[in-house]
Design a protein around this ligand. Structure first.
Ligand SMILES: Cc1cc2nc3c(=O)[nH]c(=O)nc-3n(C[C@H](O)[C@H](O)[C@H](O)COP(=O)(O)O)c2cc1C
Length: 165
């Protein structure tokens, strides 16, 4: 391997490809406006930060349509997708009229929409936001969570994967 810099024309693509070698789970981050409209998008930048206090991190691109809703909300939920929820990941990353159409939802704190069939769900208070280049970095304080023994959906090198033992 040889170290590469950002001087060449295709540096952005090669940087993205290198980042893609870090395998992640997939989440859908959801919230609701004060008048009840649900919002959500597919996010793989989620990670844990701290156990005490319980903190998580994720980042939101500056140019997503629902940026103001997430910046201003009191709570949001991180829904960790299971292996059989690839269609939900695609739905919450594409332009469809209503991303929540036909989904069975439960309400968490502040009415945040919780998706069914996930591996884990974390309801977070929207405590801290930091500018992070072309993204905003959100640090959330987890106020409640649950977990189910389901295999997770994995994302690696630009493709969905499944765990094998
Ligand atoms: C696997 C995957 C992971 C993604 N991770 C993120 C992420 O961490 N942060 C983000 O802002 N967008 C992420 N996106 C893109 C957003 O889901 C997408 O830009 C968003 O749904 C666009 O919403 P809009 O059309 O309402 O602007 C990801 C998309 C996919 C398919």
């Amino acid at each position: 391997m040889s170290q590469q810099t950002f001087s060449s024309d295709d540096a952005a693509r090669r940087f993205r490809n290198a980042l893609g070698m870090f395998a992640t789970g997939i989440t859908v981050v959801t919230t609701r406006t004060p008048d009840g409209v649900p919002f959500g998008l597919t996010v793989n930048s989620f990670n844990s930060v701290s156990l005490e206090p319980p903190l998580i991190v994720w980042s939101l691109a500056n140019d997503v349509s629902m940026r103001e809703q997430f910046e201003g909300c009191e709570y949001y939920a991180i829904n960790v997708l299971a292996a059989d929820q690839e269609a939900l990941s695609n739905r919450f990353a594409s332009r469809v009229d209503d991303r929540f159409a036909g989904l069975a939802l439960e309400d968490g704190e502040g009415g945040v929409p919780l998706l069914s069939g996930c591996c884990a769900r974390f309801v977070c208070r929207n405590t801290t936001r930091h500018p992070g280049g072309d993204h905003i970095v959100f640090i959330g304080e987890v106020v409640s969570f649950d977990r189910e023994e389901r295999p997770p959906l994995i994302y690696h090198a630009g493709a969905y994967r499944r765990l094998v033992d």
